[in-house]
Write a protein of this length. Structure first.
Length: 410
């Protein structure tokens, strides 16, 4: 019984295929109709065949296999690389393979075709131009079919590809420049584009030859110039000029200030040593044994120098009893009307001290009944810079400043 059923089914299938039309036939996809004259599938212009295809203020745009309703102000990019093909040249659809006259079925499903072995293999619709993709679209072949997609940087509106304005989505950190199908990012001054071509990173101008003459400090998006101590930034913001510290104050140095590139120095007059970079200290030539006095002379130091004084200061009837003291012996009759002793003192007075000022004070150590002491300036006061004022003792005073070195004998 099973064998009889199989034979009967095979007979029915053979009869069914024998009744099919052995001639080749074609089919068109939606939006196309068969043109018997040209033997092609022809696009249907829905904007003409459909009454009021678009409502309101929308305009109708016909395209292969359909139509679009877009605002009247909208523009459509038909192709990013080439001009759009004429509307009267729709893509051809590959016809299905014919049924052989022998009656053996060799038809394949849509998207396939038989090879010389009789097997159904995929048809590359993109290669044979058997697709209905718009000129602005890309055809992608798939197994048994194909699909249309927009190039990168475009999006599909209906069946058309419209440029995507990537700058609207803030892909760039600083500035964005849109272009057909793409965009580029740009950075502000002081920044450069990162490896991702979107972010901006700071440029270290100090490492790239910034115009600072001395010191450069990088900051976010820019840089600043600074100068070393003793210099100040010039008006251009890059170069440094010397600071004249001596012009700022007269009290930087005790004696004299000397400006130098980037700093200043103090100097002292002859006979003084510089102390702590700014002060002047007298050189005691007598103690340092740097004088030129002979053995018969005494070395007397004063500010800025020294003096050699003869040891035989005592005149008759005085005798020399110490380095600076002369004594008149009471046993000598010539000493009855003379001071019993004479003391020599040497002192230095700064030439620019304030006047009037007290210089020194003289006072008798011993008082005798009826004794009378007289104090006077014996020499060295020819210009009257000094005078003696009487108080409890005698006071030597300076009334005005002296010029140069002056020696007084009192």
């Amino acid at each position: 019984m099973k064998l009889i059923s199989c034979i009967f089914l095979a007979t029915l299938l053979k009869a069914a295929f024998a009744q099919e039309d052995p001639n080749t036939y074609t089919e068109c996809t939606d939006g196309y109709q068969w043109d018997a004259e040209t033997q092609h599938c022809k696009d249907i212009n829905e904007c003409e065949t459909i009454h009021h295809a678009c409502k309101g203020e929308m305009k109708c745009i016909n395209h292969y296999g359909g139509y679009l309703c877009l605002p009247r102000s909208a523009s459509v990019i038909n192709d990013v690389n080439a001009e759009r093909a004429p509307l009267d040249s729709p893509p051809r659809l590959r016809p299905r393979p014919p049924v052989q006259p022998s009656g053996q079925p060799h038809s394949c499903s849509q998207g396939y075709e038989p090879d010389h072995y009789g097997s159904c293999v995929d048809v590359d619709e993109c290669e044979y131009d058997l697709h209905d993709c718009q000129p602005s679209q890309q055809c992608i072949n798939t197994i048994g079919s194909f699909h249309c997609q927009c190039p990168e940087g475009y999006r599909k509106i209906g069946t058309e590809c419209v440029d995507i304005d990537e700058c609207r989505y803030r892909y760039c950190q600083h500035r964005c420049v849109n272009s057909p199908g793409s965009f580029t990012c740009q950075c502000e001054s002081g920044f450069q584009l990162a490896s991702n071509n979107r972010s901006c990173v700071d440029v270290n101008e100090c490492e790239m030859g910034a115009p600072c003459k001395q010191r450069c400090f990088n900051t976010y998006g820019t840089f600043i110039c600074r100068c070393n101590q003793g210099y100040e930034l010039d008006h251009d913001g890059f170069t440094c000029k010397d600071v004249d510290e001596c012009s700022y104050s007269n009290y930087l140095c005790q004696y004299q200030c000397v400006n130098e590139p980037g700093h200043f120095s103090c100097i002292c007059p002859q006979g003084y040593n510089l102390v702590s970079t700014r002060l002047c200290q007298d050189i005691n030539e007598c103690e340092s044994d740097s004088h030129q006095c002979t053995e018969s002379q005494n070395c007397v130091n004063f500010h800025g120098g020294y003096r050699c004084v003869e040891k035989k200061l005592c005149q008759e009837p005085y005798i020399h009893v110490s380095e600076n003291r002369c004594l008149c012996p009471t046993t000598n009759p010539l000493c009855h009307d003379k001071p019993s002793s004479v003391i020599y003192r040497y002192m230095s007075i700064l030439a620019d001290r304030a006047v009037p000022s007290d210089i020194f004070q003289i006072q008798a150590t011993t008082f005798y009944p009826g004794a009378y002491n007289t104090f006077q300036i014996r020499s060295g006061n020819e210009d009257g810079e000094f005078y003696i004022r009487k108080c409890l003792s005698k006071m030597e005073k300076q009334r005005r400043q002296t010029e140069g070195h002056t020696t007084l004998q009192v």
